[in-house]
Design a protein around this ligand. Sequence first.
Ligand SMILES: C[S@@+](CC[C@H](N)C(=O)[O-])C[C@H]1O[C@@H](n2cnc3c(N)ncnc32)[C@H](O)[C@@H]1O
Length: 258
Amino acid sequence: MSDPVSRSDPVPGPEGTNPLLEYFERNPGRLIDKWLHYFDIYHRHFAAFRGRAVTVVEFGVYHGGSLQMWKHYFGERARIVGVDIDPTCKALEEERIEIHIGDQADGAFLEKLCSELGEFHVLVDDGGHMMKQQITTFEHMFPRLAPDGVYLVEDLHTSYWPEYGGGYRRPATRFGFGKARTFIEYSKRLIDALSAWHSRDPKRFPVTDFTTSARSMHYYDSVLVVEKGVVERPRARRTGRASFGPASARAPGSDVPT
Ligand SMILES: C[S@@+](CC[C@H](N)C(=O)[O-])C[C@H]1O[C@@H](n2cnc3c(N)ncnc32)[C@H](O)[C@@H]1O
């Protein structure tokens, strides 16, 4: 990425306001379809990318309004890319908004898309919300996201709805994804991968590419945000004076060098 992102960048705009929600409420453009509590989540995780030369990808174009909202929010240096299965969406292209037509559950399409996109920094999955779509898209797109990018999957409540392939803790039976279940169940395995540095069973529970490239996972109602970052083996240190006699060489339970 040409312009490194600092997550501590101040959030632009007057305190207490959310420029995305403001845009949505006075929407001067095409139709937008969003749950209202998503706006705080977007702004919390996307603000550091505003004003930068970033590529923002959204699966799920619908009437094109959210692409216009991202264009306004991220600023004039941003390139906005929409992806939809419906070919009529192609007509919604405009300056700095390009639209690719294809099925987000088709790995070959996603690979071709990645090679056409080049580096991308923000991804929003607001497509079909079926389990296979969300999981396939994550598996192909997350590894290709910029090293300091952010990946957001929304409408995860479909993981609990049978008509989307969901169901509470539904076991893996429907798709050929090995042990992959609903997206929520799939993502629970990512939580393990995030913590794999501390594995005592590296054969079954190894450090993976996800462990070394995902800095954090943030769960909200219906939304998962994964922030990427280069992650190295964690180190523990101690500073200050012991309060109760000599301190042991390592913190209780610590399995990493101090
Ligand atoms: C919820 S709408 C998107 C709403 C839009 N992002 C907004 O905020 O206004 C879902 C979109 O996903 C598209 N979609 C459904 N299945 C898809 C698939 N398999 N691949 C890509 N897009 C798909 C639909 O055509 C529809 O336009």
